[in-house]
Design a protein. Structure first.
Length: 259
């Protein structure tokens, strides 16, 4: 049977402009709604499975990344612990330095303590005797010096102070004015100050008419009289002492290991 063609001048139902690109023949969706729903659910389930799989992959990647970081941290910690033991062992080998530092500090303090009242008496007493004016003689001399444990306070004069001590003396003078010269001469000496002299007239022992003046007094010993011979600017022990202590410490360690 031959199809019947429409007349050439027959009108077109629902004409669609050619610019839209719609098919010339009408399309009808004959797919049942149940099948379309099942297909839609299948696509959703597949999408969920894909997303879940990607999530598992991400979790696994993060786990292995954290595991790698933790392993590296554990290895670094173990290396530092091993190094700490090595450093402690090396530090223990220098334990003698603390002992040496304590001994050295004690020696410095002992030197300062012992020399806190050190005076070059040969020099000072020679200067003191040479300063005695002509016409005066010494008949007695006593010295009271301070100790590292405390200063000397009293000497029976008006200038008694807590200082390095005093030199007390007695003697004879041809005239009372000479005692003033004695005070000036003693106070001019380094290491001495606050000289005090008392004088009184007495009669000569022999049958002559000679009269002399007996005097007594004291001069204070100041801190400038200290010799400073025990002072030191040394701040560390000499290398040869360190070497000897290190050798002795090594020998002691070897003996302990042998025992």
């Amino acid at each position: 049977m031959n199809p019947v063609s429409a007349p050439a001048n027959a009108p077109v139902i629902n004409p669609v402009p050619g610019s839209i690109g719609a098919p010339a023949a009408p399309q009808v969706n004959l797919l049942p709604p149940e099948i379309a729903a099942r297909r839609s659910q299948g696509r959703i389930k597949a999408l969920i499975v894909i997303i879940f799989g990607l999530f598992l992959v991400a979790v696994a990647a993060v786990y292995f990344l954290v595991l790698g970081i933790r392993t590296a941290a554990d290895n670094e910690l173990q290396a530092e612990q091993d190094r700490r033991l090595e450093l402690q062992t090396e530090l223990a080998s220098y334990g003698y330095i603390n002992v040496l530092a304590d001994k050295f500090e004690n020696s410095i303090k002992a030197r300062e303590w012992a020399g806190s009242t050190d005076i070059d008496w040969a020099t000072h007493l020679t200067a003191l005797l040479n300063a005695v004016p002509e016409g005066l003689t010494f008949t007695d001399m006593t010295m009271a010096q301070g100790t590292p444990a405390g200063a000397v306070a009293g000497d029976g004069t008006a200038f008694a102070n807590a200082d390095m001590g005093s030199v007390a003396f007695t003697g004879r003078a041809e005239s009372p004015e000479l005692t003033a010269d004695l005070i000036e001469a003693f106070d001019a000496l380094p290491g001495f100050s606050d000289t005090w002299v008392e004088a009184k007239q007495i009669q000569a022992i022999d049958d002559t008419d000679t009269v002399y003046w007996e005097y007594s007094g004291a001069t204070r010993i100041t801190y400038t009289a200290l010799s400073g011979r025990t002072e030191t600017e040394q701040k560390k022990a000499p290398q040869w002492i360190l070497d000897e202590l290190e050798a002795a410490d090594g020998a002691t360690t070897s003996d302990e290991e042998a025992n």
